[in-house]
Write a protein that binds this ligand. Sequence first.
Ligand SMILES: [Zn+2]
Length: 197
Amino acid sequence: MFIVKGAAADGHAIDRHAGLSYFTGMAKLPIVTVPDPVLRKISAPVERIDGELRQLMDDMLETMYAAPGVGLAAVQVGVPRRLLVLDVAEEGEEPRPLCLVNPEIVTLGPEMRLHEEGCLSIPDVHVEIERPSTVTVRYVDREGAAQELAAEGLLATVLQHEINHLDGKLIIDFLSSLKRDIVVRKLKKQARATEAL
Ligand SMILES: [Zn+2]
């Protein structure tokens, strides 16, 4: 997910974290976009946190910061495993990267929060979505320790958006079927045009 800039949403996200040069040994991965069928897969649980998985976490963080985005699920780089990375630190703040393995929503609060969401896998599409404004998530961290995180505001929204990805659910699924068809047709046309280049 990325942050839509201001009212005149032009598809570009706030360009922060652009100078994170102290991350080394990381590689930017290609982001999979709609209508790639992998985005509809139910991601499988991660069974082991090893060097290979940590490398994937690092590469996903680099990919997310470069996009730039505030959250990225492994399936968005073509790996349908229950893993996501996020960072909702604001411009000028220290980065606060989080890696969540096998995240699960434990509780959702009663209050709702409306947010215009963008998705790195659905270029140029923004959808206003109302989701619970607080959420508690259980997950396993980078070191393999069980964690529980109580989140509110933007972090709660991003967590729900990214966990949706692990179940093959996308922001366009919150649209009416008519609007969704229009968006998917447009994205297919764009994909064909790109292939033809
Ligand atoms: Zn997304």
